[in-house]
Design a protein around this ligand. Sequence first.
Ligand SMILES: *[C@@H]1O[C@H](CO)[C@@H](O)[C@H](O)[C@H]1NC(C)=O
Ligand SMILES: *[C@@H]1O[C@H](CO)[C@@H](O)[C@H](O)[C@H]1NC(C)=O
Ligand SMILES: *[C@@H]1O[C@H](CO)[C@@H](O)[C@H](O)[C@H]1NC(C)=O
Ligand SMILES: *[C@@H]1O[C@H](CO)[C@@H](O)[C@H](O)[C@H]1NC(C)=O
Length: 813
Amino acid sequence: MHFYFTATLICLVWVASATIIKRDPSRQYYTLHFPLDEAATQHHAKKIAASLGTRYEGPVGELKTYFMVSSELPGVVKRSSDQQVDPVLAAFEQQKENGALLKRSADDSVAWSKVQRIDKQILKRRSKRAVIPRAPILSSGKLVLEDAKASLGIKDPGFTNQWHLVNQETTGNDINVTSVWKQGVTGKGTVVAILDDGLDYDSKDLKDNFYAEGSYDFNDHVDLPTPVLWNDYHGTRCAGQIAAVKNDACGVGIAYDAKVSGIRILSGEITDVDEAAALNYKYQENHIFSCSWGPPDDGRTMEAPNGILADAFINGIENGRGGKGTVYVFATGNGGDAGDNCNFDGYTNSIYTITVGAIDHADRHPSYSESCSAQLVVTYSSGGGKSIYTTNHGNEECTDMHGGTSAAAPNAAGIFALVLSVRPDLTWRDMQHLCVQTALPVDLKDKDWKQLPSGRMYNHKYGYGKLDSWAIVEAAKEFKSVNKQTYLELPVEMNKTAIPDSTSGKHKKPLQSVVQITEAMVAAAGLSRLEHITATVNIEHQRRGDIQMVLASPNKVESELATVRLGDSSPDGIHNWKFMTVKHWEENPIGNWTLFVYDEINADSTGYMLNWTMTLFGEMDPGFEGEPIHRPDVNHDTTNDGTTSVIKPSSSATSTQSKETHAPARPTRVKPVTTTTASSTSKTVTTTTSPASTTPTSHMDDDEAVSPGGSAADKDDNSDHSVFIYAFVGTAAILGLATAMYLHKRKDWRAPSLPRQTPSTAPIASMDYEFDELKPEEEDEDDHDDYEEGESSDARPLLSQQQQDQHQQQQDR
Ligand SMILES: *[C@@H]1O[C@H](CO)[C@@H](O)[C@H](O)[C@H]1NC(C)=O
Ligand SMILES: *[C@@H]1O[C@H](CO)[C@@H](O)[C@H](O)[C@H]1NC(C)=O
Ligand SMILES: *[C@@H]1O[C@H](CO)[C@@H](O)[C@H](O)[C@H]1NC(C)=O
Ligand SMILES: *[C@@H]1O[C@H](CO)[C@@H](O)[C@H](O)[C@H]1NC(C)=O
């Protein structure tokens, strides 16, 4: 417990100031508060410290009105009846009150008249053992609000409008945060970086919590993320949700004593290099990265952070936050109405990001919020006629029009800031475990809720449910960090098996591929507790949106990996795409897993399955010794009907050991610069298996794509050598190809100048629900239009060429 206390303090001091006071766990710390910042204050503080018999330690960070003093921890605690008396507090009380009776020097008297209060630090920090203040049974949201205002001194005029904090209309439909604040847990010591457009750090509501050292503008390459464009307001709104100061402007942030950095990437062009740098920017000081953007949510895009960007995420989780891992929070996306699914977005379906969707004030699913099996949790945002009230750009400006999954991600980031302020030592995976363990299922009438073997509920629209600030902070206090990650990887060669048509007939016959997982494999990988599962899939298909995929566990839990996307007519197929699911968290993996692949909608477009790899990630058994075997040596086998392939454990499961030393490290992912078209795929697809030598119509291979001859080296995919060589070639290639990629891709991945609410008439069919054309002066009206349309919301900013082009057109007009 001392550890948390100490860690929090060190963290605080380190963030706030260069003044670092070495902490001694055998001492008790107190702060003295002098409301007036005067020249002699430090002198007064020393006087008080002396007359209390304590040691003067120094000022607290950059706060000029707080000073730290300390005393030895009392060896034997004296009790009067059953009440423990703190000698320093008692002495303070006594000397402050009875000053007139004590013989004091004039100097001492002045000091005593200036000091306002003393706070015992350890009590505040040691919330783990502290008794949670028993809130009065507050039957209605109104009472909760009044109680919070009174007990916490919240004077922000907009607080009453922040229904996501305290819902006065429907009691309980909020993030349940006031009892957390009342414990003194307000985000202190945590820094959240907002990767977005500008951040109005001059705003009265943000300036005291703005962390300039963690901020940067990657669009204009200057130090501060100043909003410049007329529509640079999104980052400011997100920052307000997280850390709007408790003052008399607007509302309050969820973690109103946390700090926010602004990392400006969405207000213009950035390169992959910039984006990679942004994803790791000051990642020792910026603890949480809140990201409300991604590839277009148009129901037909399929893009992932490959190459340098993939490495930036791995670097973040391995080295960020002193090795505990950057906490990346991503919005699921607003493509729900366009039939999009967050498993087709490589940012949201990454195991390294916490994927957060939206619910509205009625605890319902707003239609814009994307579903998928990679979604972990949901939290509040717009829909059903209400949006989020938060800070706006411009001094003391507020808005009640913030929404979309764009607003859900920062709300989650704010809650995670509260968690880290109590337990800064938690890892990126601990945070995901806490989400799984404490989320509350909502809207239980929804048919997709499924009771899992763990006893928890999961729903592709809601993940494990909504975040409850109180529940997650309480659980965090007691949480035992999980052991390091391991994985078990099982490649299946499908030898280009045709995917049967599923469009007609009652009995759909999907292509089935079975992977048998044995106790021995799990033991050899050291896997003790299952977390994420990825399925890396290679399919050639004439119409990508027709493919539907379900992964079924031995316990009959079904994850929707790929859903039909009507708008996706791409002939490019699926190349080394990692679908991800969190639905099997803590399930027993032993038994037969089946991947079902359906070909829906259009009978005349067909395809083949080339191969797939199931990877189970999870906690390594703390008692495991030796080298884990991540890729057991298995025999591939196909049943005679050609539609089922099974892999079985071989008798010599220990013969192959991967050279990879830590879990998430894979051969680097790069996009080859060559592209081939799908024209070689004939219209009529044969239904028998054919040799695996066919070159895939790939331009997006992201694994191992740089070995000479492309797929030539794949045959012996269990070979020790091939893994090793891939890793080597991949590593070399990333250096070599970084430049090529930079040149090749800079046009593809720069951010739009109009990251959201794109005022364009250029038709993006699936996105017209979002906005109408607007001029800068009409911004507010536009917001209102959105609002009246109900569930449509502000879009997640997009990172695409398309948007860029539209912006160009718009400017040209
Ligand atoms: C909200 O917080 C209170 C503690 O103040 C807790 O008792 C309750 O279980 C939490 N969750 C809900 C849904 O009320
Ligand atoms: C799993 O698959 C293997 C291989 O097809 C089969 O022999 C075994 O009976 C299956 N196990 C279960 C529990 O279905
Ligand atoms: C699957 O096939 C693709 C395309 O041919 C290839 O790039 C990849 O390496 C293969 N993966 C496995 C695990 O065999
Ligand atoms: C795939 O083809 C190769 C080479 O023809 C063969 O060795 C292997 O057993 C086949 N695998 C399956 C699953 O059919």
